[in-house]
Ligand binder design. Sequence first.
Ligand code: ADP
Ligand code: MG
Ligand code: MG
Length: 498
Amino acid sequence: PKSPFSAILPLKCAKKMQTQVEDSVKPIVDPHDIDPKLLQKLSYDALVFCSLRGLVVGDRNSERSGTVPGVGMVHAPVALLPMSFPESQWNQACEVAPIFNELVDRVSQDGEFLQQSLSRTKKVDPFTSRLLEIHSKMLQINKKEEIRLGLHRSDYMLDEQTKLLLQIELNTISSSFSGLSCLVSELHRSLLHQYSECIALDPNKIPTNNSVNQFTDALAKAWNEYGDPRAVVMFVILAEERNMYDQHWLSASLGEKHQVTTIRKTLAEIDAQGELLEDGTLIVDGEAVAVIYFRAGYAPSDYHSESAWKARLLMEQSRAVKCPSISYHLAGTKKIQQELAKPNVLERFLENKDDIAKLRKCFAGLWSLDESDTVKDAIERPGLYVMKPQREGGGNNIYGEDVKEALLKLQKEGTGSDAFILMQRIFPTVSHSILMREGIPHKEQTISELGIYGTYLRNEKEVLINQQSGYLMRTKVSSSNEGGVAAGFAVLDSIYLV
Ligand code: ADP
Ligand code: MG
Ligand code: MG
């Protein structure tokens, strides 16, 4: 594997090799060959940084760590050093962020397109069907969302063979780690500063990452647009959440920077404590809610009972700003991603030809299962495809030989194929990284996925915010198909521009 860290010098020879570096003869040293003493020091300092700066998550080994803040915390799983990433593809990913934001907004306003595109999925996927049911009710009462807030994360992998930056998916609900990812960039910058004598990497090549502030600025501005100084921002959460600190970073910033109060409620609590006033104001536990920020509600398992669905409907009917609204949520589904990749569909939503070309350039191959040639090929060469249901949160996709089996099974049963899409499998470059987990550095062969945050806010008259808003690199063991950060395969990372 190619090493992105040809510039790391072993501690002992750092000084000696300085002249060679100046002569631009880069010593080829892999992070896996890093001097053991240097590794020990770096790991130690990284762990101290995480602990002092709140780069933490709930510890799976501690029972109350998902419910009580401050109990059972552990450093977030992180890469010890940033992952190299080509500057041109970084620029490309940043450049398309506002175009994707605009696209989501336009798609969300086309109720017919959403209902039509998902009509067959609806028949075989009860979860999508429930979401569509709420969406359909809103269309019937002609519900208008004038203030629209999007906190998105568009994820990409860099295809090794073609060097193309290809979109994995666009998340419009619960886009996570905006609270922690900026700290990872700071961690890496601080280590490069501190060890500049042994690691010849320039800390300024790690792009500025202001994700937490940009998310909270957008939330605060949406709150301000709503226009009730006593109203709160409500985080919709799970009863148990080990990633709570990522969320608390946002609440803390909302409070400290913007003097906006946050409340945290589960769907069940919202059902029990929520009511709508005649003018559509949502009151939960006695407080008027200006902005509803979903950090739960994207998975079927988040809806434990009918009461959770009642809560979702109640929120949608209200005049609170929803992040996301039901139509933003649906616009981020994988089926819609696949529909948007069909010829002439982007043209329905965007006018600017350059913008359309820029988005299309990062679309991977996407197909519905009624494209029989593709299904046939996927059965013959399953390793080249990923099969995806309409789900979020990781761990739901089908890979390798399982693709073949699943497709054959669907063909035999003659039903159910509308629940899935097929996607070209992307093969990113394999690198060497050191992943920190539970206080221990692990040398691994890894691949990475770059997420670009985007914030979007508009009111009835104009677009108030539309920009790229920081990034999240996730690095995982190359042998794992998925494995999210929470699942224990991936870690939070930052990037080093090359
Ligand atoms: P989710 O909404 O559950 O996060 P994703 O589409 O992001 O669904 O898929 C989850 C993970 O699966 C990604 O983070 C990535 O690691 C892997 N993955 C998804 N699509 C592809 C693909 N086309 N090629 C390679 N890996 C993929
Ligand atoms: Mg997703
Ligand atoms: Mg994903």
